[in-house]
Design a protein around this ligand. Structure first.
Ligand SMILES: Nc1ncnc2c1ncn2[C@@H]1O[C@H](COP(=O)(O)OP(=O)(O)OP(=O)(O)O)[C@@H](O)[C@H]1O
Length: 332
């Protein structure tokens, strides 16, 4: 079957910054595809190139078989990370404006607006000013707006950032329903669990390149091993974590170890699965007089996939990026 979306060797630079460095992806119809990566990895730039809002320096974007920008826009809906809603308009007025921008046939406009309001369950708010909307309601209106012209592909940039957990789950459910109706969804997120829960396939971006691609299960099983996290205290200092690590890093079942600054200097171990590792480590550290705040074993996560490919966790990559932009200050 023809892919819903294909990107070949996309490249985009801003001055000396290479935002997207040769990205190629193929997304099958009716899938939810997740693009994961730390801040600054190039996710938004990839989406903007796909949606014809940014012209790439090189590469080809094909949406449902077409490459011409106007034809792409007809087949694709885009919901940006933050949409500046005009607060003096009602939801319905904004959708009418959007319908005009998409040149929807006049006879169909009311029916389409009613349909998307119903789909997003916001009919009762449609005639209220958007200035009074909550964050979740605004996002639903954005989604309604992106779906107004019945696109085959819906592209969403961080659709749940800043939303409370109930609203996030409601949006996940909605995206699953959309997939079931045959719409292809491409979304970015730096919430690992969101991509893991939602995406059929995932592309992990770092510094403008795809560093891993596949189903979440494939990617996680490829990195292999179980994860064991030891926390000496909730926020340990690095030195005491390093000291504790000397007691355990040479155990036969420990494959690799690191001290995770973003997790309060927790000790992260990759271990051979199916060993009684937790109790062994507990015994050794207790004998050594090392305090244990928590000790847990888990299967690899998508963050471990990122870690295996780049040597740092997504959060550490974001902290490093923030430091590079404004030394000594946090970006978010
Ligand atoms: N218009 C622009 N002008 C200059 N540099 C830009 C521009 N847009 C993006 N960049 C740079 O390109 C790189 C990739 O940015 P992009 O926004 O695509 O990343 P991202 O993964 O979406 O991150 P975020 O989650 O923070 O939006 C970053 O280094 C960013 O600073």
């Amino acid at each position: 079957m023809r892919p819903a979306l294909q990107i070949d060797n996309l490249r985009k630079t801003y001055g000396s910054t290479v935002a997207v460095d040769g990205v190629s992806l193929t997304i099958a119809q009716g899938q939810i595809y997740g693009l994961l990566g730390p801040n600054g990895a190039g996710k938004t730039t990839v989406l903007r190139c796909i949606c014809t809002l940014t012209r790439p320096d090189a590469g080809v974007v094909t949406v449902a078989g077409v490459t011409e920008p106007r034809a792409i826009r007809q087949r694709l809906g885009y919901v940006a990370q933050e949409v500046a809603l005009d607060k003096v308009l009602t939801g319905r007025e904004l959708l009418n404006l959007q319908a005009a921008l998409y040149h929807l046939p006049k006879a169909q406009i009311k029916e389409r607006i009613d349909a998307v309001l119903d789909l997003l369950q916001i009919t009762e708010y449609a005639d209220k000013l958007t200035g009074t909307y909550s964050g979740g309601l605004k996002k639903r209106l954005d989604l309604a707006s992106g779906l107004l012209h019945q696109p085959q592909v819906l592209v969403l940039d961080e659709p749940t950032v800043g939303l409370d957990i109930q609203t996030r789950i409601a949006i996940w459910e909605f995206l699953r329903k959309l997939r079931a109706s045959g719409v292809t969804v491409l979304l970015t997120s730096h919430y690992l669990e969101e991509i893991d829960a939602l995406a059929d396939r995932v592309g992990i971006l770092d510094r403008g390149k795809v560093i891993a691609e596949g189903t979440p299960e494939e990617l996680k099983s490829k990195v292999g091993g179980d994860r064991l996290t030891v926390r000496i205290r909730e926020f340990a200092d690095r030195q005491e974590a390093e000291q504790a690590l000397t007691w355990i890093r040479d155990l036969p079942f420990v494959r690799s170890s690191l001290i995770n600054a973003a997790q309060g200097n927790a000790i992260n171990l990759v271990i051979t699965p199916d060993v009684n590792a937790v109790s062994k480590i507990q015994d050794i550290l207790s004998h050594a007089g090392v305090n244990i705040f928590s000790l847990s074993q888990s299967r690899p996560s998508l963050d471990d996939v990122f870690l295996a490919a780049t040597g740092q966790t997504i959060l550490d990559a974001e902290i490093a990026q923030a430091e590079a932009i404004a030394p000594g200050k946090k970006r978010r």
